[in-house]
Design a protein around this ligand. Structure first.
Ligand SMILES: Nc1ncnc2c1ncn2[C@@H]1O[C@H](COP(=O)(O)OP(=O)(O)OP(=O)(O)O)[C@@H](O)[C@H]1O
Ligand SMILES: [Mg+2]
Length: 217
């Protein structure tokens, strides 16, 4: 599913006046591509991602996923979102969180298949022993990997991940990058906002956000 943004603008109102954060963002990411978005803190990466996944509306411009206007909430089993704030369900264990998208898949996978997929993802991300814990019983970096596992478990066609490695050490970033690359190689459209050079280096290309627009990286 191709993700396309055309002329996306977004202005936030503050006490001391309006702040134009996005001034006409154009981008297109194709199935099988792993694309990163760079930009200084406050440049509008998260604001853009919120619009791409339908959580927020642009003031003008449009977002199309597979040629159709983006809807909110996105159809989770097709379009997975990893927000900067993670959004794990606190009343569910890590394993139950990761299993959620799988339970929406049709045909419905067997319990054994769900258990295997969850264990595989958690194991690959180095948190295989944490499945029975609740999100508030693990570190933030571990929560971040659990949220990525949840985003990927259902085999989404689109993955929008906002700083998926922000709280990870160098050794923990490698497995995350391998999963992101694998998802793209299996045909997913993968768009990742990040400050980490090693994430940009593994991407097919990088889009730089500056001054509210995509500029040459
Ligand atoms: N809901 C909001 N209301 C008002 N202002 C907002 C809102 N969301 C973001 N902003 C402002 O928009 C600008 C862009 O914020 P955004 O979170 O998109 O930056 P970012 O590039 O993701 O930064 P970081 O790298 O720190 O995550 C900032 O100036 C921020 O203060
Ligand atoms: Mg951000």
């Amino acid at each position: 599913m191709t993700v396309t943004a055309s002329g996306v603008t977004r202005t936030f109102q503050h006490d001391n006046g309006p702040v134009e954060v996005l001034r006409g963002v154009d981008l297109s990411v194709s199935p099988g591509e792993f694309v990163t978005v760079s930009g200084r803190s406050g440049s509008g990466k998260s604001a853009l991602f919120s619009i791409l996944c339908g959580f927020d509306q642009p003031d003008s411009g449009s977002v199309l996923i597979c040629g159709e206007p983006v809807v909110s909430p996105p159809p989770w089993q097709r379009c997975a979102v990893l927000p900067q704030a993670l959004g794990l369900a606190g009343e569910l264990t890590v394993a139950e969180n990761v299993a959620l998208p799988l339970r929406l898949n049709r045909p419905r996978p067997s319990e054994a298949a769900v258990t295997d997929r969850v264990a595989d993802l958690l194991g690959r991300l180095g948190i295989g022993t944490l499945g029975d814990r609740y999100p508030n019983e693990i570190s933030y970096g571990q929560q971040q990997r659990a949220a990525l596992a949840r985003a990927l478990s259902g085999g989404p066609a689109v993955l929008l991940a906002d700083e998926p490695t922000a709280h990870l050490d160098h050794d923990s970033i490698g497995p995350v990058l391998r999963l992101l690359r694998d998802a793209a190689e299996e045909g997913a459209t993968v768009l990742v906002a990040t400050h980490h050079d090693e994430v940009h280096e593994r991407a097919d290309r990088t889009l730089a956000l500056a001054g509210g627009r995509i500029v040459a990286a």
